[in-house]
Design a protein around this ligand. Structure first.
Ligand code: GCU
Length: 332
């Protein structure tokens, strides 16, 4: 009797598992990868994207978010995106440069003079289309853009003037444009992946890095670097990249839902961004980080001659460079 009862329970469990497996099989898995931690505004954006798709399409898609670079460094995941193994990736335009040189436009230092202009520029659908012009060849396209604020220098010793950068080793995001920029500032450019920066700072491999305020707290760089200097040299978005293989394989109605979902994600991220920066700044001060207001014009003058060279070396940025400059001038 008891055994029969147990067998009955086992059969019921097996049936539930089999049902779960078959319904899971019916779903299409969608993997989203990004390098930020779960309290970052971009993670909130991806959660909003998932919720939007589920609210419109029920459980047709099994959307899984992998934060904190658990699927690998961005360049590696971009390969998986091309293959269609990973479907979405939040990735800095700087990391896309080695796949498509058009994206390098955002690494041009001092392209924008205000975050207002930068945010307005990246929110235009025609900019997403321009960046995605080579989608078929690239194996991916952009369905949105997250702001990643303004990039500034931070270091173990104070950077008060541009000359303080001289000879110091500063980490940059990978890509020839970033290397050229850092060297033009007079520092020694050290490209490396985001996830490696903390230990490189700690071990003295580099003297400093450059990023927005959230890197001080969320990536704990403020534990090692106690000086953050506001020169504002870059505004470089993180794109909501989708695998072209996945995108093209979607039924028309679902494709529209994923497009809307990415726009929703962008809205959520933008709305959370500035508050997160203010909070990070307060938290960093408590960690002992000093914020320094430098004469940004001296930093700007140092690298402005580089613009001409970058345009010559990489004509793929010309069109967007001109559009961004015009937009910036009209939206100060
Ligand atoms: C920012 C940006 C990331 C980028 C990182 C970096 O955090 O949002 O996409 O990878 O900077 O400096 O590598």
């Amino acid at each position: 009797m008891r055994i029969n009862k147990l067998l009955g329970v086992a059969a019921a469990v097996a049936a539930v598992v089999a049902f779960a497996a078959s319904s899971a099989e019916a779903k299409t898995t969608v993997r989203i990868s990004h390098t930020q931690i779960e309290s970052h505004p971009q993670h909130a954006g991806w959660v909003a994207m998932k919720n939007y798709v589920e609210s419109k399409l029920g459980d047709k898609y099994d959307i899984q978010i992998f934060p904190n670079g658990t699927l690998g460094a961005n360049e590696k995941v971009l390969e998986l995106i091309k293959q269609g193994v990973v479907q979405f990736l939040g990735v800095s335009t700087a990391n896309i440069e080695s796949f498509d040189k058009t994206y390098a436009v955002f690494s041009v230092p001092f392209l924008f003079t205000s975050e207002k202009a930068y945010e307005g520029f990246i929110s235009q659908p025609e900019i997403l289309s321009a960046l995605s012009a080579n989608a078929e060849k690239d194996g991916f396209r952009c369905l949105g853009a997250y702001t990643a604020g303004t990039r500034n220098f931070y270091s173990k010793t104070p950077i008060k003037t541009v000359d303080d950068l001289k000879g110091k080793k500063f980490r940059v995001q990978a890509g020839p444009t970033n290397v050229a920029m850092m060297n033009a500032f007079g520092a020694a450019a050290t490209p490396m992946a985001f996830g490696e920066v903390y230990s490189a700072l700690q071990q003295g491999v580099i003297d400093g890095a450059e990023n927005n305020e959230l890197a001080l707290t969320q990536q704990k760089h403020g534990e090692v670097c106690k000086y953050f200097s506001y020169d504002g040299h870059q505004m470089c978005p993180d794109m909501l990249v989708v695998s072209e293989k996945f995108y093209k394989g979607l039924p028309d109605e679902d494709r529209k839902v994923f497009e809307e979902a990415c726009q929703e994600a962008q809205k959520v991220e933008f709305a959370a961004w500035h508050k997160s920066v203010d909070e990070a700044k307060e938290q960093a001060k408590k960690m002992g980080v000093e914020f320094i207001n430098v004469d940004a014009s001296a930093f700007r003058e140092k690298v402005l001659p580089l613009h001409e060279q970058l345009l010559k070396d990489n004509p793929a940025i010309k069109d967007l460079y001109e559009k961004a400059s015009a937009y910036d001038a009209a939206n100060k």
